[in-house]
Design a protein around this ligand. Structure first.
Ligand code: SF4
Length: 240
């Protein structure tokens, strides 16, 4: 049997894809959301809202251990860092979280369909050429790209259906784990200025681990930098 599985991140593209697929009566066997447990609180609300809207449930998959357990407490059992505690912050060379919290979880889960042929549907817009070229697996389809839907069109479509993520897409171009050190400085500054509770948590996490948040800045250093920039811009605004 062929199983149609929607890979649903909760972001604008996968939300638009899912709603459009349902609108076009495309058969879907299962909708899967990989929960890193570090999504923005607004994203968890969005998932609930989508479930209600489509009137069917979304399968939520989580790794056995949480992001924080792996970051601080997991004891490495092999390799040159055997015995070391915690993976600490991910960086561009070591995205342990993508592999542990996402890829391994989905791979394990899909084994239940071992006797079936799986077609996965991924929400990648037509103007995301680089991502589309990277993901050429033959069992994956990209309905947004097939339909010529751009990222902007996907977002507008979601807004028109009443999904606004409580403003997340007005603040960030991409919505992923709120604590991700791979965010741009601009996005981290937004996190600092608009999501103070999450920023405080980020600082506490940074204080507990051995690797610097980013190679150039710790969270505390970022805070000092952002505060200076914000004060300077307030001063300039007052002078005019
Ligand atoms: S968004 Fe960042 S923190 Fe989250 S899984 Fe991806 S690399 Fe890791």
């Amino acid at each position: 049997m062929i199983k149609h599985i929607v890979s649903f991140s909760g972001g604008k593209d996968s939300t638009a894809m899912l709603l459009m697929m349902i609108e076009n009566n495309i058969h879907i066997d299962e909708i899967i959301f990989l929960d890193t447990r570090m999504e923005f609180p607004q994203m968890y609300e969005h998932i609930k809202k989508v479930e209600k809207y489509i009137n069917r449930s979304i399968t939520v998959l989580k790794a056995e251990n949480s992001f924080e357990y792996m970051m601080f407490d997991y004891v490495k059992t092999k390799g040159k860092n055997k015995g070391e505690k915690g993976y600490s912050w991910p960086d561009f060379r070591n995205r342990w979280c993508t592999s542990y919290l996402k890829k391994q979880v989905i791979k394990r889960y899909l084994k239940r369909y071992i006797d079936d042929e799986i077609i996965e549907f991924h929400g990648i817009a037509v103007d995301e050429g680089e991502r589309l070229n990277k993901n050429k697996e033959k069992n994956v389809r990209y309905p947004l790209a097939e339909w010529g839907i751009t990222e902007k069109m996907a977002l507008e479509y979601c807004y028109n259906k009443g999904f606004d993520w409580e403003g997340l897409y007005e603040n960030f171009d991409r919505v992923s784990c709120w604590c991700c050190p791979l965010k741009s400085l601009k996005e981290l500054k937004t996190l600092y200025s608009k999501y103070p509770e999450l920023w405080e948590k980020l600082k506490r996490m940074d204080n507990r681990t051995y690797r610097k948040f980013r190679s150039d800045y710790s969270v505390k250093e970022l805070e000092e930098k952002f505060e200076k920039e914000i004060c300077k811009s307030r001063y300039i605004q007052r002078s005019f």
